[in-house]
Design a protein around this ligand. Sequence first.
Ligand SMILES: Cc1cc2nc3c(=O)[nH]c(=O)nc-3n(C[C@H](O)[C@H](O)[C@H](O)COP(=O)(O)OP(=O)(O)OC[C@H]3O[C@@H](n4cnc5c(N)ncnc54)[C@H](O)[C@@H]3O)c2cc1C
Length: 636
Amino acid sequence: MDMSNGTDPRMDLLMTILDDTELQVIANFYARRYWYGVIVVIGLTALLNMAVRLRSRSRMRSAAASRVKQATPPRCCGRMLDAITSAFRKLIYPQISPTRHSNLLKVPPLGIIVLLFIYLAFVLTLEFVNQDIPGDQHRQAIGVRAGWLTITQLPLLILLSGKVNIIGLITGVGYERLNVLHRWVARTMLLTATLHMGYQQALWNSLGLLQLEWNTDTCPPTGIKAYAFLLWLNLSTLAPIRNLWYEFFVIQHILTFFGLIICIMLHLPSTALFSRIYVWIPIGIYLFERTLRTLRYAYNNLRPGRATLIQLNGGVTKVIVSTRQLKNWSPGSFVLLSLPRFGLGQSHPATVASIPSSHEGKLVFILRAHRGFTSRIHANESTISLHGGSASSESPQDSKSTHLVLIDGPYGGTQLDFASYNSVLLIAGSTGVTFTLPVLLDLAWRAEKQKPAVKHVTFIWAVKTSACTSWIDSELKHAGGELQKAGIELGVRIFVTADEEFAEVDEGKPSSAEACHCEKGNEECSCISPFPKLPPDTKSNPLAEQVKTQERTNEAVEETPRLELPYYASRCSVTTIQSGRPDLKGIIKEAQGKADGEIGVAVCGPVELTAETRRVVAGLEGKGGSIYLHAESFGW
Ligand SMILES: Cc1cc2nc3c(=O)[nH]c(=O)nc-3n(C[C@H](O)[C@H](O)[C@H](O)COP(=O)(O)OP(=O)(O)OC[C@H]3O[C@@H](n4cnc5c(N)ncnc54)[C@H](O)[C@@H]3O)c2cc1C
């Protein structure tokens, strides 16, 4: 601040108002209280995470020792723990979000909304509590504290943004799930920055000191620049802008953030230089996270993998990556996948549909073609076309038909071990199956070796056309076989939601006994509900027409689909294909009824499906076996 004009009475008044000797001590006191609150919440979440993991492990141990006491909670905690868990789940699970244009507006689940309101209330309490400075400096005090509360949130903003995430590590929540909190912390910072600026500007204006302050102090001009950067950071993360051009969004986001940091550093008053600690800490966290991530990225791509691309039905590409570096990931994890030939500098999140012990250790992805990278890999001439057939991991591997692939990750994945639940329900919509399939494969792989607690597995998959079932038929067959050997019941129910062939069949029509194929001497049946008999009459069945048309029009078809049950059906206890949408309430209720204890539900797909599952689970929670839900949708 320029002190040269100290004899001017207006300047004296301004100096008195700006004197922050006492204000900064009080403001810093509340800035520290903010961190105590944040640490308590992170600590409690970490403890909760540890408790549920221990419970899950103890279930697995008792299941391995004897299969009698499986999904029952430890005696000491008993009913009270169940009641608390149940009430908590009822509160946090529900989600009401617009189902149309979900890429433009997505309302988070109730649990997140409650958390965000608590956060906002906490920050506003810290802002306005004990604001008892009298006189003209009262509004200055409110403004100064708002400034401190803005920068004290900066370390949390960065902690929530990193991909190698410390908060994620201790709380067991993946960085992609923390992203919504990252955005809302930024919005709260914008709110407190607005209070900081608004209260002071209004005060100076009311005393006729506004012009003088702007002319003599460097704080207002640097502050307004920092505010502009913060405002743009918030506006550009709104889904409609963010989704316009994702790569551009990422680059400008990082550059804007650097701009914000520089302006904040210049803005912080020389009278309270120690406040810069709230800027140095996030810079340190950012550099640390970047270093770790770069090291891991370098390791992953030391000997880069090669990707084989296979075009499947329904505008989907199967990407099979052979890499010697990445050998460990948990079911449901995703990586940032980069195929430089199809988008230099681009990396796209893709869920690994395989597990380390399947597909000869290769990473398998199933990617729906959108407008950019995903459509380029789908349409490329080197992409093998297997419409109607089954793509296996033994696809050609010569360098002409394979592509250099760079991998960042893995990230995310299931939080708890689904093998520790008595009954497991896996629900997927379309490519959401990339999340539920590895969970199923993991259960199947461990079924024999570890004697998991799980006894029933139901695999629900909603697809647009019946042809989509070819994406994962060999995997389902394999999983069915392994689970059957271990005495675990697997039911596969496929719902064809918009298949012309099924258009005249009642939506959600239950499978009929007539449509089931039962082996002699074996009680297990495989069913296709819309068809009265199996094998179907090829003359009258519309599916036969589809096959004929395919034969005529698609020279690339390698294997003519036969009119019979998908071949994994013979290995599953019950397999049904039916038209319409799944009746989630009925399905989850049925699983609850079968289970001897808690059930585990995983859902992945469009917001419509995940939000409905959330609501149904919240409604059924406590009315039978307790339900653990893991909901995943491809976006943040
Ligand atoms: C955790 C996660 C896992 C996913 N797993 C799968 C999967 O297994 N199978 C699948 O088909 N899809 C998956 N997706 C979605 C997939 O990443 C996008 O569809 C893909 O990046 C679109 O690329 P594009 O260039 O063709 O997109 P565009 O047509 O340009 O855009 C389509 C949408 O994808 C978003 N998008 C584009 N590039 C990126 C990027 N680099 N990072 C994040 N979002 C981006 C855009 O904002 C837009 O909303 C996943 C997404 C996430 C967040």
